[in-house]
Write a protein that binds this ligand. Structure first.
Ligand code: NAP
Length: 295
């Protein structure tokens, strides 16, 4: 049987419709408009694209947005002063500092400076810690998007053997942490692989659910998975350009061969990508509700 394609585009659309309705109600009943600010330092083209899509999604859903595009030579002090101002701004419920920052700025210090109540990325250590103890205010966007892809595709997570390839702070570790929680949509047994894992295929072949966030094009091939696996491919690799100059993307999974063995698989593009921004919107709405005592 052909693999079910787990479409992030479709699932993100459903969630955005739900959010749009909630945002309209917040405005009508409570005169509350969720507000997100994006802060970009420098001119990294990929970051500019990401920030552009975040602002566009805010507009589409009725979220108020502000955008700060700062020159690459902005000092850390100037950035911290701006964050302090935004922490106090009542129109702003979520603050997103686009990473990576230029090398002369200490990313950790900047992320620590964001008020945890406005940390809609879920990267502040307070929010990381709350996730660890199973009491999260904000789940980090990409891992939360992955969990939603699985739940809304009807994949049974409870009791499943989940193997995560990658241990970054923004994807690998938090998705493992989310899926081991004693909660609905979790309760999985999770293994994390990384570059020092001795025999990665040994682990990936055991997976009922395989989540790959390595940043290595087609690192997972059909011989590394079992029949009936559910695969979530987080990787986004630029492997060339079309004659029109558009980036050609591929994931970390060899989609064409792995889909022949998989029960379900998410594509790249159109898988995890659209979910990340959607979860950012969900966190911004939550932050607005918390600020108004509605959540
Ligand atoms: P990262 O910080 O570079 O981490 C990559 C992880 O994968 C590391 O833990 C690394 O192990 C591990 N790894 C790399 N090659 C491996 C291999 N051959 N075998 C086993 N483990 C390997 O990357 P990231 O930020 O987590 O992102 C991963 C991918 O997801 C990237 O392609 C990124 O663009 C994509 N991404 C997509 C979204 C989205 O919204 N769609 C969001 C975030 C990230 P070590 O720790 O041992 O080095």
């Amino acid at each position: 049987m052909p693999a079910q394609i787990i479409s992030g585009t479709e699932i993100a659309k459903q969630i955005r419709q739900e959010l749009k309705q909630e945002i309209t109600e917040l405005k009508d009943k409570h005169n509350l408009i969720p507000g997100l600010v994006t802060v970009l330092v420098g001119e990294d083209p990929a970051s500019q694209v990401y920030v552009g899509s975040k602002v566009k999604t805010c507009d589409a859903l009725g979220v108020y947005s502000e955008r700060y595009d700062l020159p690459a030579e902005t000092s850390q002090e100037e950035l911290l002063t701006l964050i302090d101002k935004l922490n106090k701004d009542r129109k702003i419920h979520g603050i997103l500092v686009q990473l990576p920052l230029p090398k002369h700025i200490n990313e950790t210090e900047v992320l620590y400076a964001i008020d945890p109540k406005k940390d809609v990325d879920g990267f502040h250590p307070v929010n990381v810690g709350k996730l660890m103890i199973g009491e999260p205010d904000y789940l980090p966007c990409t891992p939360h998007g992955i969990q939603q892809l699985l739940i809304r595709s009807g994949v049974k997570i409870e009791g499943a053997e989940v193997v995560v390839v990658g241990r970054s702070n923004i994807v690998g570790k938090p998705i493992a942490n989310i899926l081991i929680q004693k909660k609905e949509g979790a309760n999985a047994t999770v293994t994390i692989c990384h570059t020092r894992t001795k025999d990665m295929a040994f682990h990936t072949k055991r997976a009922d659910i395989l989540i790959v966030a390595a940043g290595k094009p087609k690192a997972i091939t059909a011989d590394m998975v079992k029949e009936g696996v559910v695969v979530i491919d987080v990787g986004v690799n630029r492997i060339g350009k079309t004659p029109e100059g558009k980036a050609i993307l591929c994931g970390d999974v060899d989609f064409d061969t792995v889909k022949e063995k998989a029960k379900a698989i998410s594509p790249v593009p159109g898988g995890v990508g659209p979910m990340t921004i959607t979860m950012l919107m969900l966190n911004t709405v939550k932050a607005a509700k918390v600020s108004a005592g509605l959540a």
